[in-house]
Design a protein around this ligand. Structure first.
Ligand code: ATP
Ligand code: MG
Length: 340
């Protein structure tokens, strides 16, 4: 939780974002939830992909239950009444917009109300599946905590979208750390707009300018930003070389955004994910021995231990992928044992 978050929080909140569509945000949030529930943690998974909710389909649930669409349209005011069973013990679910049009355009106050209410839900982990893109809807849920998960794939488009998502996140984080109508907000806004004139200031430079104008205010937010450490999951990986992509994102974030990002794991491309979706089940339940399911285990351990056990580079976790992934892709017999 950070300064923008809310008191009375019962659970560890884990927003799952990615910037780009189709990188696996829903697959990862669904399967992390189911795998943690299998380890006796009480998990509530919340579909916050307004306008694109699809977790109910992956869970084999009908889209006619009460969900956030009802809450947004004031047809249900008690968030507890939105929580439904999934069929997996310890694993509950809050459906998304439930086909109400226009929920993606909700106003700031409605969003704040959702945030205030979901953090009061009683569970061990509250996992938030966010939509694609860098709009305020995604960003404001992501900055509820200091170390949300960012799902990327080893493609340049995914890395660049993740970077623009983080840029929006850092901007919004700084912006909301200053009071409305403050000079600091005006300087921040102007500095970002000047990018259009060809100047691309780093956030460190911008915060220095704020500090020169309003002593202490730039440094204060710079210190807050240091505690902000999103954690990356590299999904649909196919080889060791994929780690280079993650490294580039880390460098960009450090140089331009004044934040450090950590890695929390590497998830290989694995067809068992698609088979499981067709069966309307989490892959960790349908194919617990698949390489996909196994790759989530070290990630879950790192989630349990909080910020202490993250990785500064993907190469720090050879146990996650080096041997097992190589074996998986090069040895058909080895691969076959997962799908008997
Ligand atoms: N590790 C994986 N191995 C194989 N296929 C995967 C893996 N992760 C995701 N997929 C495939 O990618 C597709 C997109 O995944 P998912 O729906 O989770 O992405 P998303 O980021 O939530 O997309 P959206 O932005 O539309 O919400 C899935 O339907 C699945 O087929
Ligand atoms: Mg999704």
């Amino acid at each position: 939780m950070n300064i923008l978050a809310y008191s009375k929080c019962m659970a560890v909140v884990i927003p799952v974002a990615g910037g780009k569509g189709g990188v696996g945000k829903s697959v990862i949030s669904l399967n992390l939830s189911a795998a943690m529930a299998a380890q006796y943690k009480h998990v509530i998974l919340c579909d916050l992909d307004f306008g694109g909710a699809n977790l109910h389909t992956m869970l084999g649930l009908k889209n006619n239950q009460t969900g956030l669409g009802h809450f947004i349209n004031k047809l249900e005011t008690n968030m507890n009444n939105l929580v439904q069973a999934t069929g997996v013990p310890n694993f509950h679910f809050i459906a998304g917009d439930c086909l109400f049009p226009g929920t993606a355009n909700m106003d700031f106050f409605t969003k704040q109300k959702i945030i205030r209410e979901i953090v009061k839900l009683e569970c061990d982990y509250l996992i938030l599946d966010l939509g694609a893109g860098s709009a305020h809807n995604q960003v404001d849920f992501f900055i509820m905590t200091n170390n949300g998960l960012l799902v990327v794939t080893p493609e340049i488009t995914s890395i660049l979208n993740a970077y623009s998502f983080l840029k929006s996140v850092v901007y919004r984080f700084c912006y909301r750390s200053y009071s409305p109508k403050s000079n600091a907000r005006i300087i921040l806004k102007n500095a970002i707009l000047q990018r259009l004139e060809g100047r691309d200031y780093s956030f460190e430079q911008i915060l220095n300018v704020i500090d020169d104008t309003i002593p202490g205010e730039g440094k204060r937010v710079f210190e807050l930003l240091k505690q902000f450490r999103p954690r990356i999951i590299m999904n649909m990986g196919r080889s060791m070389q994929n780690t280079e992509m993650g490294y580039r994102l880390q460098q960009l974030a450090r140089n331009k955004l004044a934040i450090d990002i950590d890695f929390i794991g590497y998830v290989p491309y694995d067809e068992s994910v698609q088979f499981a979706i067709a069966q309307r089940q989490p892959a960790v339940i349908a194919y617990p021995n698949s390489i996909f399911s196994k790759s989530l285990l070290p990630i879950i351990q790192r989630i349990y231990t909080g910020g202490e056990n993250v990785l500064s580079t993907l190469q720090d976790a050879p146990e996650d992928f080096a041997d097992i992934v190589k074996e998986f892709y090069e040895n058909k017999a080895f691969r076959a044992q997962y799908y008997q």
